[in-house]
Design a protein around this ligand. Structure first.
Ligand code: FE2
Ligand code: FE2
Length: 406
């Protein structure tokens, strides 16, 4: 750790601790890699000194070997000769090497079984509930936010005016605040500041903004999942990262409106949230099983529970009357080729893989899921430089977008 004065800060330095403004407001979290815009903001809010990690060293051969061995662990389950997988391996390797050079100590494998699950009780015992009964139980208990259904109605009404959309969305203050933050983030990249929902509707489009609002109001429903059960911050980071990648990848395709893909990415693992709520013991067991056996989480779910989170999201999204085009992307993100029109779920599938790859450098404990070669093929993009470019764009966006949600 080193304390640096504002004028000594440079892009590429990493925050060693959370950075707060004078009034105690969190500006950036520990681990944030400073970019020029961060430094500018730090100067603007009047913070004078910042705690950063020591200047990165170059890695010696032994460290490089350790990094490579560490990253290889995560790729045991996937085809090592598939070109996009090799590219993702290099992305993970590069990310981990950068963090190790900045002082990150590679997690010990024995830490992987650190969560004590014995005190958790399932409402359903593993093997006793089917996805349908679990979800049915959920809808019975649900006090699903009213705003969700109002947005759903507006979205279904082709003739809803921009004004009506803005009015409905504006009735929920916290939702509006999140939307305003998002439309001002690099996710949209508008040059001017957007300060009202009606302006956002005009610029982003009524359908796009309502879709985003619908996704956000749906995830708000899961705010109360106990933190001891699952690291919700990692869960949301995973979801938001997948949303960003999905939008970036959709942008490489002709004729797709990329906005919807952020929402689909945001909710792609929503079935897992129901599992955390309804089968806390079994879903935690699945997580531990995945870590211990270096297999992807989705495979561990199938082994432990005999179904996986997309089996849950199917009846769940149906009961929510979630727009079908989004549900299909979510429900088929692990097996896109089983959907008759696979391009859209294939984008989420690839985005999810890439998310898993970048998360290795953030201390993720889960093996890379299988990347379906046919799904990759339909995207028709070259792994290099497309994936590397997607990661560079994502790094520019993630902190601001994350701050809209946390
Ligand atoms: Fe998933
Ligand atoms: Fe995922």
């Amino acid at each position: 750790m080193a304390i640096k004065r504002l004028e000594e800060l440079a892009a590429g330095m990493t925050l060693a601790s959370d950075l707060k403004a004078g009034d105690g407001r969190l500006l950036f979290k520990a681990g944030t890699e400073l970019q020029d815009r961060h430094i500018e903001l730090i100067g603007r809010v009047g913070v004078e000194s910042v705690d950063v990690e020591d200047a990165p060293d170059t890695l010696d051969e032994e460290q490089l070997r350790a990094v490579e061995e560490y990253v290889r662990e995560f790729f045991q389950y996937v085809d090592p000769d598939f070109e996009p997988t090799i590219e993702m391996f290099l992305i993970a390797l590069n990310g981990v090497a950068r963090r190790v050079a900045a002082g990150w100590v590679l997690p010990d494998v024995s830490e992987r079984r650190a969560v004590n699950v014995e005190h958790l009780e399932d409402i359903f015992l593993a093997g006793m509930g089917t996805p349908e009964t679990i979800v049915q139980h959920e809808s019975e208990l649900a006090s699903f936010p009213d705003i969700y259904f109002r947005i759903r109605e507006v979205l279904a009404d082709e003739s809803a005016s921009a004004d009506t959309i803005a009015k409905v969305v504006s009735t929920d203050m916290s939702l509006s605040a999140k939307l305003i933050k998002l439309v001002n983030s690099p996710l949209y990249g508008f040059p001017q500041t957007i300060d009202s929902i009606s302006r956002a509707v005009t610029l982003v489009g009524g359908k796009e903004l309502s879709t985003l609002a619908l996704g956000i109001s749906a995830i708000n429903y899961f705010k109360d999942i106990p933190p001891e059960l699952v690291d919700m911050e990692s869960f949301w980071r995973h979801s938001i990262t997948c949303g960003i990648f999905a939008k970036i990848l959709a942008g490489t395709q002709r004729g797709l409106a990329p906005e919807r893909f952020f929402t689909a990415g945001l909710l792609h693992d929503v079935g897992r949230l129901i599992l955390f709520k309804k089968l806390p013991y079994a879903s935690t067991e699945a997580m531990l099983y995945a870590r211990e056996n270096s297999i992807p989480l989705v495979e561990a779910e199938r082994e432990v529970m005999e179904f996986c989170h997309t089996d849950i999201s199917k009846p769940l999204l149906e009961s929510w009357k979630f727009p079908e085009s989004l549900s299909n992307m979510i429900n088929y993100h692990h097996n896109p080729m089983e959907f008759p029109n696979p391009l859209e779920p294939a984008i989420i599938h690839v985005a999810d893989s890439l998310t898993n790859a970048v998360e290795i450098a953030r201390g993720s404990m889960y093996a890379m899921p299988q990347l379906d070669p046919d799904a990759w093929e339909i995207l028709g993009i070259a792994p290099r430089p497309a994936l590397e470019q997607a990661v560079a764009d994502y790094e520019e966006q993630i902190d601001v977008i994350l701050s809209a949600f946390i």
